[in-house]
Design a protein around this ligand. Structure first.
Ligand code: NFE
Length: 539
């Protein structure tokens, strides 16, 4: 057995166990080790408390949680098709800023150190203040967060390593600018207060447009001149990680779509979005989303089976199993090994995230996505005309990192158009009736988050929250086995992965980090009196 617990440089606490036979992983178990209680905390509260509270699930994707719960509220307030155009655009800008911040964070501050040897800076002879400060840091001998580390097969030249370390530092500044963009319309970051039922709370003005535009221009330059070239260069050095045998996974992909492009409710506007809604597979077959096919198994999760499975639906609007899940922990449950449940689509494990978003867009013939994918493959020196070849390569460890950069470019380019389309002086908010009259019923809100498809299900009874369920992206990706014994997408991606040395399993770290897991989105309430210890065990 080779085990990594906790997996570092991700969000939250993840325990990965694998069985390795003759240098290949034969079985994998992904375990979320903390319990999330946000859904239980929401019970009995006023529905308007859902967006601010669910945002606190996570500091990395709070915008998506706020948006998902706001979409629930707008359904309950019958406001969904009365969201002004300015509000739709400002929501896109807030969400877009968060996507970019999160993607840059993932690549530079989580993943890149799996491929770049930070110690190369020790021999740096120059005068760049950023690099000199990293060098001083290494010289002091206090190496966290850079060490301890697995000793990977670092393949970049000394110059390329040093260049990448410089970009590691620059990426902090880019993330700050993305946070500032978010705060211009969101009021503050990361937990914004701009998205409210009925629209947004901040009016668009010319100076705000200019403030966002100036930051976006710099961020776009970084994506084009630094982020994408770095991903491409690292991929060229690690082409073996750009193949199916390195992290292929379940081969089935789900996206709820994100960034509405037309006014009115998402469900009634012809579903025009930047990121499309739907499912696809290795053949890029297009499948429409039917949310009644989303189920959750807790067979191997530390939760009590919910006895009453009668879905509460009063208005016929949302007959979905998502509204029916329970959150009662059962930490001694036999056979369970995770606080993450097992969401399934039509009984199948489905991967979510930038790779799924890009593939669903390709399946839907989304031209801007196809163009960026084609440019990236051209720069990689790989055949970009054979669609099957492109897909085969993308469904891999490095493909997930590339897809994240592609999505960043797609979103950043679209944001420029959205800024142009904002109209100062036009409405940005449709006030709900006062006092608020929430319909009783089960309501859902689906959106995209940086890590993929995010759904909230809110049941309202007598004006209060009777039940709440979130199925976050990492719940899909890092899920344990389901009631049929089918492994989750990350577990499947690990199965078959080569591991050269069980005492130094850097391949596992690379494969898991490529999913950008956020266990904080899956687990939330813990006893701070209990020590959390790190360990890597080779059993
Ligand atoms: Ni905590 Fe999240 C994103 C959501 S992942 S980061 O993106 O929702 O489960």
């Amino acid at each position: 057995m080779v085990s990594i617990n906790p997996m570092s440089r991700i969000e939250g606490h993840l325990d990965i166990k694998t069985k390795v036979h003759k240098g290949l992983i034969t079985k994998a178990w992904s375990s979320g080790t903390l319990f999330r209680g946000i859904e239980s905390i929401l019970k009995g509260r006023d529905p308007s408390e859902a967006p601010p509270l669910t945002q606190r699930i996570c500091g990395v994707c709070p915008v998506s949680h706020a948006l998902a719960s706001t979409l629930c509220l707008e359904r309950a307030l019958n406001l969904s098709d009365r969201i002004p155009g300015n509000a739709r655009i400002i929501r896109n800008l807030i969400l877009g800023a968060n996507f970019i911040q999160s993607h840059v964070l993932h690549f530079y501050h989580f993943a890149v150190l799996d491929y770049v040897d930070i110690r190369a800076v020790a021999a740096y002879p120059g005068n760049d203040p950023d690099l000199k400060s990293v060098k001083r840091f290494l010289d002091r001998g206090v190496l966290a967060p850079f060490a301890p580390r697995y000793e990977g097969d670092y393949r970049l030249t000394k110059e390329a390593n040093i260049r990448a370390i410089k970009h590691y530092i620059e990426a902090f500044d880019i993330r700050r600018k993305a946070h500032e963009m978010l705060a211009i319309f969101g009021g503050k970051a990361p937990h914004q207060c701009g998205i409210v039922p009925g629209g947004v709370s901040v009016k668009p003005t010319m100076d705000k447009k200019v403030d966002v535009y100036n930051r976006l221009r710099e961020i776009r330059e970084f994506i084009d001149d630094v982020y994408l070239p770095d991903v491409i260069h690292i991929t060229k050095c690690y082409t073996d990680y750009f193949e199916k045998k390195h992290g292929g996974g379940c081969g089935y992909f789900l996206s709820y779509g994100a960034f509405d492009l037309m006014d009115g409710a998402s469900e009634t506007n012809g579903e025009k979005r930047l990121m499309q809604r739907g499912l696809t597979d290795r053949s890029l077959a297009c499948e429409a989303l039917d949310i009644s096919k989303i189920t959750e198994s807790v067979k191997h999760a530390w939760y009590k089976e919910k006895k009453n499975h009668s879905t509460f639906v009063d208005s016929g609007k949302t007959p979905t199993p998502g509204s029916d899940g329970g959150t009662t922990p059962d930490p001694d449950k036999p056979g369970a090994y995770s606080f993450i449940k097992s969401p399934r689509y039509n009984g199948r494990a489905a991967e979510v995230g930038p790779l799924a978003d890009v593939l669903v867009n390709l399946a839907a013939n989304h031209e801007p996505t196809r163009k960026i994918v084609s440019e990236v493959f051209e720069k990689l020196g790989m055949d970009r005309r054979d669609g099957r070849h492109v897909v085969r390569r993308l469904i891999s460890v490095m493909g997930r990192n590339i897809a994240r950069a592609i999505e960043s470019k797609l979103v950043a380019e679209a944001m420029t158009d959205w800024i142009d389309a904002l109209t100062p002086g036009e409405p940005f908010y449709t006030p709900p009736e006062t006092p608020r009259k929430y319909e009783d019923g089960a309501f859902f809100g689906l959106t995209g988050a940086p890590r993929g498809a995010l759904g909230h299900w809110m049941t309202i009874q007598n004006g209060a929250i009777a039940h709440y369920q979130c199925i976050s992206p990492t719940t899909w990706n890092a899920s344990p086995r389901d009631n049929h014994g089918v492994s989750g997408p990350m577990e499947q991606a690990l199965e078959g992965l080569p591991v050269r040395d069980g005492s130094n399993p850097f391949e596992i770290a690379r494969a898991v980090r490529a999913f950008d897991p956020c266990l904080a989105c899956a687990v939330h309430v813990f006893d701070p009196g209990e020590a959390i210890t790190g360990e890597r065990r080779v059993l």
